[in-house]
Write a protein that binds this ligand. Sequence first.
Ligand code: SF4
Length: 263
Amino acid sequence: MDVRLVQCSTAASPSRLPGLDWAVNPYRGCSHACAYCYAQDVTRFDARSPWGSIVEVRVNIVQRLRRELSRRCEGVYGVGTVTDPYQPLEARHKLTRGCLSILKRSEARTSILTKSNLVLRDIDILSEWPDVEVGLSVGTIDERASSVIEPGAPPPKLRFEALRKLADSGIDVYLMAAPIIPAISDDEPSLRRLVELADLSGVRRIMWDGWNPKPIAKKRLEASVVSSELMEPFDGTRRIHPGAASVLREECRIRGIDLIDAF
Ligand code: SF4
């Protein structure tokens, strides 16, 4: 992997994502390398290189954020809105940890989204912080499929364990059930089991989203499934099963979990 240490001129940029006012992304590029990831379509970050092969580390983001928050901290800060704030490089650089310390000290409302159980390292910061929520993202509960389409991310079972530990520590958690992918994770048994595992992990709120086949991501997902012997061929033109939303809604209602459309 090509790791590039870069300086940023701004730590928090305005966010247009629902429920978020500011976006804080310590890394550009993501070594979790999910085949379905939209980030390359959205940011055009080195679209000629394999996704996950280049990561920029914004080494001065903590100092920048400290300065920016000394002037204002209204609104909700999303940490990891474009790429994962707990991808493996975070274990060494601790930039997400540094940003969270500052956000907590500034009493900024903060929302974190990740696919990694590395978030557990920061339980000391996350606990006793009333204005933080932590989302773990799981789009498929099939460990075999996950190893093909999310090759650099911790397996789903570690993400559910992380949710359990965070919830047990009194931290406000949610499951980001996304992306639900046609023919990979949109069948009824998988959707019901996804909600059941969230329930068993102490989750009381699920946000969900179907996969939107943007051009680069669609090509990448098709190629990764074709080159794997673990999965059936994948047809990127298929749409998510029309009954997926009602299955999720029903299973959440039975279990007393709030279901929210992410977008
Ligand atoms: S963890 Fe998120 S940002 Fe990273 S590759 Fe996967 S979908 Fe993209």
